[in-house]
Design a protein around this ligand. Structure first.
Ligand code: SAM
Length: 200
């Protein structure tokens, strides 16, 4: 009886715990579960268009939006350029909104939305990456962006990436009343051009 209880306990408690501890915390296939690094603020639609213009999206390319919010960027890029797009967000509410938008935009065949931590992603398939995060998060992404193939374009709404020289930088004020302020858009092209500390 005593032996049976021990075996039961090992099977029921120890084995599942051991299996769980072997699994990676956030694999590419499992939803990420932690607090977002930045709150949700959508990029106005007109600014999204301007980001696309800077990114120069071409047929057959793959677009990633890191922290996709309501999915407007992957949906709009898929609709406008007929390209494959991916949106990643850590917040399940945003992921649901994105999935709703994928349906509304009729781009189910082109746009994929995943609940993932962007800092755990392999970005090697991307040709274009869009960002609306924070300056320090852009910097945190540099090791992943350094692994991109040459010629990839990275566009960031409002925020620079300290230590990496942008290829272009523009200011843009929407005209439709969606926003009344100037929006800055930065473009980098891989390989990233690093600035020397304290100089150019
Ligand atoms: C400022 S919003 C930008 C939304 C969208 N890209 C746009 O421009 O409209 C930032 C988004 O990043 C998400 N986010 C924050 N930290 C994240 C992380 N570590 N991994 C994935 N998504 C994250 C937030 O949930 C939020 O939806």
């Amino acid at each position: 009886m005593k032996r049976f209880s021990l075996v039961t306990w090992i099977t029921a408690v120890l084995a599942p715990a051991a299996i769980l501890s072997l699994a990676p915390a956030h694999s590419q296939d499992r939803p990420a579960q932690r607090e977002p690094d930045v709150i949700y603020v959508p990029t106005p639609y007109e600014v999204v268009d301007k980001m696309f213009e800077l990114a120069d999206i071409r047929p057959g390319e793959i677009v990633y939006d890191l922290g996709c919010g309501d999915g407007r960027i992957p949906c709009m890029a898929a609709k406008k350029f007929n390209v494959r797009t991916w949106g990643f967000d850590i917040n399940p509410v945003r992921v649901r909104e994105s999935l709703d938008n994928v349906k509304k935009f009729n781009v189910e065949h082109l746009a994929t939305i995943k609940q993932q931590d962007i800092f755990e992603l392999d970005l090697s398939k991307a040709d274009v990456i869009t960002l609306y995060l924070l300056p320090r998060l852009n910097v945190k992404l540099i090791p992943q962006l350094d692994k991109l193939k040459p010629g990839c374009r990275i566009v960031s709404h409002d925020f620079n990436m300290e230590g990496v020289r942008p290829k272009r930088e523009i200011s843009f004020r929407p005209t439709t009343g969606e926003s009344t302020r100037d929006h800055r858009i930065y473009l980098w092209v891989t390989p990233l051009e690093k600035e020397r500390p304290g100089g150019n």
